[in-house]
Design a protein around this ligand. Sequence first.
Ligand code: ADP
Ligand code: MG
Length: 361
Amino acid sequence: MTKLNNFPNLPNDENVIGIIGGGQLGKMIALSASKAGYKTHLFCPIGDNPAEAVVDRITHGQWDDYNKLVEFSNEVFCATSEFENIPSKSLELLSKKTNVVPSSLVFRCAQIRSKEKEMAIKSGFDTPKWFLIKNTDDLISSFKQITNEGILKTNSLGYDGKGQLKIDKNSNFFESLENLGSVECVLEEKLEFKREISLMYFKSLDGSEGFFPLSENYHENGILKKTVAPACLNSNIEIELKTKAKKLAQNLNLYGVLAIELFELLDGRFVFNEIAPRPHNSFHWTLNGCNISQFDILVRTICGLPVKDVECNGKWEMTNLIGQDVNNNNVYKDQNFILHIYGKKHLKAGRKMGHYNRKVS
Ligand code: ADP
Ligand code: MG
């Protein structure tokens, strides 16, 4: 129920922002909302939820607890999800009661790899060669059509490299599918790329829009390790990518923020990887590198405040603290390493525990 004529929503005791998901993104959204004078209400299941430390109210409930979701939606004037895999049915239900930004339709598209690829192609992006895989026969026939190795990804519910397997001609295709839970998958050609780039577009409910400068990303084991920004890019290519990104956002009727991950191939072509309709790890550098962060911008967009392109102050590097990295003394020694520690109670290998931003020039 997006009411386009009722903006901006200024901060007051009634204009409470609903945040769905209690992770670090929820925490950083809540901090930005609070800075801008908005109260926040968090919805998440009971667990290790760093956002709980900084919100005004909490409703604990499972993602599909419809009674709790209705209760929550009655308390907020809008809601945004930091959790990409929120069942789209739950978002649909919330949409009947409150403004959900980005919408349930956008989340549905982002949750299903085949759908987001189709939408990207419709918007003018190239994708890696890909095939929808429902069974071993599909996998055998599709694998014949790719040149090198492939990556088999579950069609939904993947994150941080989870739900993915590399496969080559020696793989046991039946076992590979079984290892991924025998669910619907996509097979993609494994690309050799120069670097990974991400883009962030945003659009306010008042209709204004903009981009952050682009990020250049380095992954280890499928998890983002480091971002350098702004990424150096030929200005014509940058304009072309932004035009396609806007088209994609238009096709999704997007309000809020939209991150787009891309690969730059060895021959300089750019290929679409995936979208995320929420703040993105590769834009955490904006917390210190820009005069307004991705979390501040998300708050402005969902409240219908005007937005425009964001500029940055110099060159920045964001480094994720993954697992034990957060206990490395060296990270804490230099005050130029601007720390953002999420406050998760349980440290696990591969878990994002915090990050630091550092100005490099
Ligand atoms: P997730 O949802 O886990 O972020 P991605 O599809 O973005 O899943 O994959 C995680 C990482 O794996 C990417 O950032 C990239 O480094 C690598 N990767 C994914 N797909 C491909 C591909 N087709 N070719 C080469 N590398 C890939
Ligand atoms: Mg990704």
